[in-house]
Structure formats: structure tokens, C-alpha cells
Design a protein around this ligand. Structure first.
Ligand SMILES: Nc1ncnc2c1ncn2[C@@H]1O[C@H](COP(=O)(O)OP(=O)(O)OP(=O)(O)O)[C@@H](O)[C@H]1O
Length: 252
């Protein structure tokens, strides 16, 4: 790991009333690393992600991006940090009232008036990276298949060339073959862009394929973090039960 992690969480804690969701999460992610976060439903994966994105303020602990603690930044400074982030939302979250090219360039225009021809050219270039042709530029998202919509959402996430990309369950709802196509795309995009990637997933095949390392969140803490090829031989009974999807074991 290089001297300054791209993302560093230290003692991150967040409770909602009596519900202690994050209870001292510590994790360092190196520049260019792809990390996958696994854990049961309700274990706090999304809350962790929202803390990093600055959407939820943690109760304690620090979040460093390129060494800068972002937990107490003003909204204006947070906007500067957010410009480093790209996000692929669960379900794509495309705007159906806008054609594909406007969806892809959404973060680039941010309501400003930009040349449509220039934006279409950028959309085309990014769609090509995810294997879609110019024939989809003027279509509405609802005119595309689910797999194609995911690709458009991916093109939108990478269009601003973010330094850090967050993927929230990128393969959910896709058949295994399409899911694997998305896994390959994520792997090559992250490599191409040299981006740091954090992916939340319930899909173990995807976790193993796209991650350099996998971290498991359980009862508010990272209970295991290791290279993807050790996921099935972690020696940790909680991880074992989870990745094998067994009802029996220490997790109730
Ligand atoms: N804004 C909020 N207010 C109160 N409780 C919240 C809020 N956001 C999340 N929680 C609670 O935090 C816990 C963790 O939720 P979170 O969405 O992070 O789980 P998750 O691991 O992402 O689950 P899933 O895999 O099902 O998406 C849950 O008990 C949830 O009810």
C-alpha cells in the first residue's frame, strides 16, 4: 500500500437511536485498488457508503480522502471532494424523461448550458467504453433492456473520469451471464481509468471477480478483510457461513 490511502476510515461509528449501525469501522483502500464490501442485509453497507459520500454525518471517527478528513467539511469543500467521486446507483437511477446522451453527460453539464454536439460526442465516447453504439444516443432509458440500462448507468458514472467509483449492487437483477459482462466491464473500466473502486454486493461471484480485496461488515465492524482468493478459505466462521450461504453457523 502506498503511503497515503485513497480512502481511509478510522473508528467510524454511526447510530440511529439505539441502533448502533457502524461501531468503529476501520479500513484503508489504496489508490487504484478495488475493494468489495459484503455483509448481511441491514449490516450497514449503505450507511458506510453514505458517510463517505457526505450524505450521512458519522457520530465518531474519521473519513480521509487523499489524506483529508472530510467529516467536518463545509458544504462547499465537500462539493470539491465529491467531484472526485463517481457513483453507480442500485437500479441505475436513470432519468427516463431524458435521452440516453443527456443521462450520460448529466454530471458534466449540471444544469449549465453546454453545446449539445459536444455532449453527444462525449456520450458516444463513454457509451463505446461500455459496449454500446451511437444508435442508443437518442433513445429513452425505458426503450432499453435492463442490461443496457446498467451499461448506460456505468457510462454515466465514468463520464466525469472520477478518481473513486462507488458501485452499489451493480449486478443485482441481472442474469448470471449479463452480470458477468458487467463484472468484466467494471474490472476493465477501473483498470483503464486507474480509479479506486468500492463495490457493495451480495453477489459472491461478482465480489471474487472484481475485487482485489473483500471486506466483511458484521455487527458494525469490519470482521475480516483479505485478498479475494482467500474469501472461501478465510478461516473465519462468520465469513465462511456468509459466503457459503448456510443457515447454520454463528450468524443468526
Ligand atoms: N436514515 C436512517 N435513519 C434510521 N435508520 C437508518 C437510516 N439509514 C439506515 N438505517 C438503518 O441502518 C441499518 C443499516 O442499513 P443499511 O441500509 O446500511 O444496510 P445494508 O447493509 O446496506 O443492507 P442491504 O444489503 O439490505 O442494502 C438498518 O437497520 C437501517 O434500518
Amino acid at each position: 500500500m502506498s503511503a497515503v490511502p485513497k480512502i481511509e476510515l478510522d473508528g467510524l461509528s454511526k447510530a440511529f437511536g439505539a441502533n448502533r449501525v457502524l461501531d468503529g469501522v476501520s479500513l484503508a483502500i489504496a489508490p487504484g485498488e478495488s475493494l468489495t464490501v459484503i455483509g448481511q442485509s441491514g449490516s450497514g453497507k449503505s450507511v458506510m457508503l453514505k458517510c463517505i459520500l457526505g450524505l450521512i454525518r458519522p457520530d465518531a471517527g474519521s473519513i480521509r480522502i487523499d489524506g483529508e478528513d472530510i467529516t467536518r467539511l463545509s458544504e462547499r469543500d465537500m462539493a470539491r471532494v465529491r467531484a472526485k467521486f463517481g457513483m453507480l446507483f442500485q437500479g441505475g437511477a436513470l432519468f427516463d424523461s431524458l435521452p440516453v446522451w443527456r443521462n450520460v453527460t448529466f454530471a458534466l453539464t449540471r444544469g449549465r448550458n453546454r453545446s449539445a454536439a459536444r455532449m453527444k460526442a462525449i456520450a458516444e465516447e463513454n457509451l463505446e467504453k461500455v459496449g454500446l453504439g451511437r444508435q442508443v444516443l437518442n433513445l429513452r432509458p425505458s426503450e432499453l433492456s435492463g442490461g443496457m440500462q446498467k451499461r448506460v448507468a456505468l457510462a454515466r458514472a465514468i463520464a466525469p473520469r472520477p478518481e473513486i467509483i462507488f458501485f452499489d449492487e451493480p449486478t443485482t437483477g441481472l442474469d448470471p451471464i449479463r452480470a458477468d459482462v458487467i463484472n468484466d466491464l467494471i474490472t476493465s473500466l477501473v483498470e483503464d481509468l486507474g480509479a479506486t473502486a468500492v463495490t457493495i454486493t451480495h453477489d459472491m461471484a461478482s465480489a471474487r471477480k472484481i475485487a482485489h480485496r473483500v471486506a466483511m461488515l458484521y455487527q458494525g465492524e469490519i470482521i475480516w478483510c483479505g485478498p479475494r482468493d482467500q474469501l472461501y478459505e478465510s478461516g473465519n466462521p462468520y465469513v465462511d457461513q456468509f459466503v457459503q450461504g448456510r443457515a447454520d453457523g454463528p450468524i443468526r
